[in-house]
Write a protein that binds this ligand. Structure first.
Ligand code: UDP
Length: 337
């Protein structure tokens, strides 16, 4: 089997950390990314990088054939819940329509295994916590629908074409890969932890906490934050078995512990030793009150525990990156792998 992995969205936050982890594990990597959201500076200078779109069928065909690609990890997607509620078509078009076209082109050109970057948003508002993979699938925003749609398309391709598939449903990716200098940098930034540390650095006046009236102990929303390097390692574990030997199609990736927005703020303040002003405002449309994973299926099958089991360590890694990259990737020069 070819050792070359096609990674779409490989210049994004989780994608780039996974690219470095794949290279370190001895894989060759071909990255396909539009750079609309991703950062070329997040990648090694010497990697095989193709600037382009997953919906560009002739480009995808050419990349797969030229490199003899058999396995794909598909990260490329828009991933903001709030934006997806405001611009549903953008999400259905980019994630779902282009994604379906991409899957079909992959299968037509000899791809045999496909790992999908999926999300806890496929579950919608939880009926029970922690969320197991058999929890009802009821997305409450277009982002979650678009990912669930791709899961279903892949399930059909599995039945019809024998495609090996795995869906990795991430909870909240967080932290930085400090070894390779990779952190979270979106434009505009909407994620809680980068916003907290930008505020700690004085780049924002305060953090707006979205919703103080949820049915949670302190009234703010609860999430399960998993370190981005642990996510990357999980992809490699799945890659090793996706050609045969996976017991399930879907796996939750979280640490199994939930923290409220105020708890994250308090811990972040302790980690950086600075004041972080905040103000509680209205809820953000499309946000479920609580998302906490049961990671038991993944842990049982792979006998694997996250390296970063404590939110404090996740926050410390993020803080380190933000301190050394106060402007994100702007002005960053990249060394070699
Ligand atoms: N959040 C917040 N203020 C912000 C950004 C996020 O209160 O400026 C909350 C958000 O409503 C959610 C949690 O923090 O409850 C994590 O949000 P994030 O956007 O980081 O990730 P998501 O859960 O949307 O994937």
């Amino acid at each position: 089997m070819s050792n070359k992995i096609l990674v779409t969205g490989g210049a994004g936050y989780i994608g780039s950390v996974t690219v470095w982890a794949l290279l370190r594990s001895g894989y060759e990597v071909v990255i396909l990314d539009t750079l609309a959201k991703g950062h070329r500076q997040a990648l090694p200078e010497t990697c095989t990088f193709v600037k382009g779109d997953i919906g560009d069928t002739s480009l995808v065909r050419q990349v797969i054939r030229a490199h003899g690609i058999e396995r794909v990890i598909h990260f490329a997607a828009f991933s903001l819940v709030g934006e997806s509620v405001e611009h549903p078509l953008r999400y259905f078009q980019n994630n779902l329509v282009q994604g379906i076209r991409f899957i079909d082109t992959c299968v037509e050109n000899g791809v045999t295994s496909f790992i999908l970057s999926s999300t806890a948003a496929v579950y919608g508002d939880p009926v029970h916590i922690p969320i197991v993979e058999t929890h009802p699938l009821a997305p409450k925003n277009p982002y979650g629908f678009s990912k669930l749609g791709l899961e279903q398309v892949l399930t059909s391709y599995r039945q019809t074409h024998g495609l090996n598939v795995a869906f990795l449903r991430y909870f909240n990716a967080a932290g930085a890969d400090t070894m390779n200098g990779i952190g979270e940098d979106h434009t505009p930034e909407t994620h809680l932890i980068p916003i907290i540390f930008q505020t700690a650095l004085g780049k924002r006046e305060k953090v707006f906490v979205f919703g103080g009236d949820y049915d949670t102990p302190d009234g703010t929303a609860i999430r399960d934050y998993i370190h981005v390097s642990d996510l990357a390692q999980a992809h490699i574990k799945v890659l090793e078995r996706v050609g045969g030997g996976l017991k399930h199609l879907a796996y939750n990736l979280g640490i199994g512990k939930g923290y409220s927005v105020l708890e994250v703020l308090t811990m972040a303040r302790e980690v950086c030793g600075r004041e972080i002003p905040y103000e509680i405002t209205g809820r953000r449309t499309g946000d479920p009150p609580i998302l906490v994973a049961s990671p038991d299926r993944f842990h049982a099958e792979f006998g694997w525990e996250p390296q970063f089991g404590e939110l404090r360590d996740i926050l410390a890694s993020a803080w380190q990156w933000h301190q050394t990259h106060p402007e994100g990737y702007q002005g960053e020069a990249r060394g070699t792998a």
